[in-house]
Design a protein around this ligand. Sequence first.
Ligand code: GLU
Length: 494
Amino acid sequence: MENEKIRVRFAPSPTGNLHIGGARTALFNWLYARHYQGTFILRIEDTDQVRSTEAAVNVILEGMKWLGLDWDEGPGKEGKYGPYYQMQRLPLYQKYAEKLLKNKKAYYCYCTKEELTESRQKQIKEDKPLRYDRHCLNISEEEKRRYEEEGRKPVIRLKIPAKKIVFNDLLRGEVNFEGELLSDFVIVKSDGIPTYNFAVVIDDALMDISNVIRGDDHISNTPKQILIYEALGFNLPKFAHLPMIMGSDHTRLSKRHGATSVMEYKEIGYIPEAVVNYIAHLGWSSGDEREIFSLEELVKEFSLDKISKHAAVFSIDKLNWFNSEYLKKRSVDSLVKMVIPFLKEANYIKEENLSPVKLEWLKEIIKLMQGRFKNFSQFIDYADYFFVDKIDIEPQAFQSVLNKEGISDILKALKEELSVLKCWDEKSIEDIVREIASSLQIKGGKIIHPIRVALTGKKIGPGLFELIVVLGQEKTIQRLEEAIEKLKVAETKK
Ligand code: GLU
């Protein structure tokens, strides 16, 4: 391996989002390149002109950047192998198609859709294998001219040799295909645009790709591509087909299983390093117990022989676990920085730049909540009471915890005491709450729950006394007054 220059690529079609599966392919190629000090190439396969969009290209580029997967060659990083958009490489595909036509390894086909359907139906009737009947393989120049005069636009088909195709997949070992089962497939469409299998081979060969690492959904394309390599006299790269990623119900991962696009995870508020760390485990493991790896550690540890041959199962719980681990380890300052865009989005912060006082306060909130939320959207849900003027008390919490005999009196007593409290710290607040509890001869827990619901609207949250400190005197008093009022209204309705 040492002498060989590793060049790998991620070659997405910009027809939608960057999905978890694509991100995994990108990551594994990236790790492979970085591990062997090779080159990682990003190539945009945009030949599907109906479905490819610039927006999708941008989403892919953004997603890659967010995950920290930088490319050495590709969009914005033109190298000597460029361009890196297939639609900018059409003359190359044309050149090689012509070469194949000249060598009689490919031929023009003028058959119409109707003719192809008719031929297929005949094959079905006669119980023959379904493949192109080679009607156009040996047509005369005269016939070609006639078809052209009719206005038919030909495709170019590869003439498939009847032979076994064998390749050694780096993950699966020897893979065999019966060439005879293949049809003379189209390599250039009637509009002059190459098909995926043709363009990918030209590009991989001209870009000196040493290893093609991609999803196993492409395994049936590989024999076709090998035939093109051979027809053109190109050297074969090594192939590795990654096992499928499935949802929890063991069917191929799709939208039904929840968020599958990388940018959705950014929007929900996951930490990119955690997402990368999780995606790395979709089919790969270090071989020991460790699960948490920095990008540098992954680069060091990564190798193809640690990739499982079995399908990987995507689990949102596991991703959440990774994210929580990263959240726990992050410094409060960095979490503050990360949470601000989410607070702005929720309209909880309106100013462009936060004052030092407000930043300090935000830090206190983060300290209080760290370890209690799985992502930043969840933080916004859990900690909303710090940011809004008026809280909505969860109806269930109101009924089961607040709307009870004697609670109003507790809240009133607390309000009286806290209004005049000079020293707004945890100890003084705790003393007051405990005093009220003992004077009313009730247990601490019995008094703590209703106070929490009155102040936050929720039944769970961080420790009550620290929470009250951060909430501040003014908001605490106001919330207590509002809860007392709500209880009064509920009382009149009884
Ligand atoms: N454009 C293809 C895809 O997105 C690339 C497949 C390959 O890596 O060869 O599936």
